[in-house]
Design a protein around this ligand. Sequence first.
Ligand code: SF4
Length: 463
Amino acid sequence: MFSLTLLKGIRVKIKTLGCRTNIYEAEAIADSFRREGAVISEDLFDVGILVSCAVTKTAEKKCRQFLRQLKRESPDALIVLCGCYVQALTEEELASLGADLYVGNRLKSDLPGIVAKMLNDPIERPLFLKKDVLSNDKWDALELSRVTFHTRSFVKVQDGCNRFCSYCIVPFLRGRPTSRSVKEVAEEVKRLVDHGCKEVVLTGIHLGLYGYGCDFDLGDLINALSRIEGLRRLRFGSIEPHALSDRLIDVLAESDIFCRHLHVPLQSGDDRILSLMQRGYRAEDFINIIRKIRRKLGDDVHISTDIIVGFPGEDEDAFQNTLNLVDALGIGRVHVFPFSPRSGTKAYDMPGRLEGQTIKSRVVRATERGRLSLQRYAQRWLNRKVDILVEHNDGEKVKGLSRHFLEVESSLDQTPSPSVEAFQNGGVGFECEVCVLEAKHGILYGVSSVEKDLSSERGVYRE
Ligand code: SF4
């Protein structure tokens, strides 16, 4: 019989690749080891864990590189690969990667127990633990008790997807939709706020499917979290367009802590390509949703997006339609992804694959257009005041994010005041108001004046 006390003093290094949900899971895995007395270490380690990603070929290549790096850094350590890449490969393919333990999705909360067992028993290696996620809707019971960054935490509330967009491997890796109850999420957020968290970013594989098959939805969650005393800011990681129902937009508009930023993946602005992608909407539907958001959340709302460039059959006109839509909608930040063919998806076998060179040149052009659109959006904040939550402070300059999800850098107003002292002490986690004097490469630069009194004002939208 093994005991978790075996983990006391064991040094664990955790590396993460991929999305915000992975970041949350990696932090929660670290917490689960800490709770058993293990030490999370960046240098020497007895157990090296890679929380993997397999969304593109590039992500898979990075996984293999990271794994080799972990093995080089500590040849005697127990090396663990967990998550999406494990789910994507057969046992035979995994064995060639050289880890000691492979753990698929929805089993990550079992990691401390399995690792303790492997450290104690001369179990044959490698060990494979993986389940069929496509027929499983169990919630993997990971929990977070500490703040991910200085002041901001990702909180995973949903897993899985059943949309099966034609290019996407994720539903095969993450499995069926499943959600965490409103009560459980609210308890976790309350715990994080009690430990100094001021901003929570809700994440999921398809956040819009939160509550799928349950008697609660995302609106109920936002209402519950908006009542938590001390939580200043609430955001979504990313939300699919069709999830933005009238009711949800109304709830977001009524919440005094929901930040005016939504990341809504467009993927393509061309109806023919959208249909091949099986996205379930046309360009016009997307336009109507964004218009509705602006009507309810204000014209200043920052809409950022993802686009996929070089999908099979994308001709120059279709590509231009995407760029034109980005411009027409006043989108801010744009993440550009080259089409990555994933075996097992419908798009993998579609005719009309583009030459690598064409895709590369479209990525460059779309990225440049994205830079311009972010700068255009940033410029609307010139000579206005924005609130930032300070995440970096060198005593002279502070950096943080505005409520609209723009990076802001600010020097100090030298007028003597208690807030100047707070800055100069190098503290973080306080909110301050910045008068924006310049916008460059999508970043705002300005001067900070008054530290906000967090005790007297709660989550008031100030920009
Ligand atoms: S909505 Fe589409 S792109 Fe998003 S995870 Fe599901 S299948 Fe993939």
